[in-house]
Design a protein around this ligand. Sequence first.
Ligand SMILES: [Zn+2]
Length: 71
Amino acid sequence: MPIYEFGCPSCGILTTELYKMGENGELLTCGNCGHAGLTRQISGFASLGVSGGAGGGNCSPGCHGNCTGCH
Ligand SMILES: [Zn+2]
């Protein structure tokens, strides 16, 4: 089961939760400020984009995804 980060739109605190089917953070409550309704972060996609090298923006033309000597 994947783990996602949920961010509080009020105070910005990130909370790591196990992702349940259909879970989108609306039912989660911030442990810091008590704000109800957290926003799911796409950190998985973000890290994939950085290491993937495709369209990351700061990869050299010779980079094929492993970013060796790239950045
Ligand atoms: Zn909060």
